[in-house]
Ligand binder design. Structure first.
Ligand SMILES: [Zn+2]
Length: 216
């Protein structure tokens, strides 16, 4: 593995001018972009005009203005995101998710009309991510603060080991908190393939998992 990586890196040094190699190396450091994909992106960029490159640079700069919603953690250009600010959303139900991709996948189904709370990841003991590394305290604080308004929390996490660990941890935490006894805890119905990512599920399957969610 190490040897093949070494050969790959040297291949770039031999084949490309330094500027191109540097950009390929830079893009290769991104998660989910391997050296071959990075190479393709850079070769595509080379075909673009200076004007097109400037437009791209400006677009990249603009995403630095995006912040996390103060209420739910959803990405937003305003302090309160469009979902939280929407008066038509059902404020009685909150869906806890690990990340933005899950939120987007649930939104795409059109089956959930409540609010969200993004934890910023899932419990992952192998990689040293515990409850304190996530916004779990903030979630509990929000549930307590709005306990007269919220009557359900839906736990929507990937059907894999880390997702399951996070769900079980949250169930225990919420159920054992006497301030939160009136809040119904539910989770997505089974039906999503084990080990899969929610954001790869088709909209109908995921929509059904929301509609048929189970109270715990
Ligand atoms: Zn929000």
């Amino acid at each position: 593995m190490l040897l093949s990586k070494f050969i790959f890196v040297n291949y770039f040094i031999l084949m490309y001018p330094r500027e191109i190699k540097d950009l390929i190396d830079e893009l290769s450091t991104w998660s989910s972009v391997g050296p071959k994909s990075a190479e393709r992106y850079v070769l595509d960029l080379l075909k673009k005009s200076s004007e097109e490159i400037n437009v791209l640079i400006e677009k990249i700069k603009k995403i630095k203005n995006i912040i996390s919603c103060q209420e739910c953690g959803n990405l937003s250009e305003k302090n309160i995101c469009d979902i939280c600010a929407n008066p038509k959303r059902n404020k009685n139900i909150i869906c806890a998710v690990g990340d933005q991709q899950t939120l987007n996948a649930l939104e795409k189904t059109g089956e959930f009309n409540g609010l969200y709370f993004v934890l910023g990841g899932v419990i992952d003991t192998v990689n040293g991510i515990g409850p304190d590394n996530l916004k779990i305290k903030e979630l509990i604080a929000r549930l307590k603060k709005e306990k007269d308004k919220i009557n359900e929390i839906l736990l929507a996490f990937d059907p894999d080991l880390n997702g399951e660990t996070t769900v079980l941890y949250l169930i225990k935490l919420i159920k054992e908190n006497k301030d939160l006894q009136k809040i119904k805890v539910s989770r997505l119905a089974r039906g999503l393939p084990m080990g899969s990512d929610i954001d790869y599920a088709d909209e109908i399957t995921l929509g059904n998992a929301i509609k048929e969610r189970k109270e715990i």
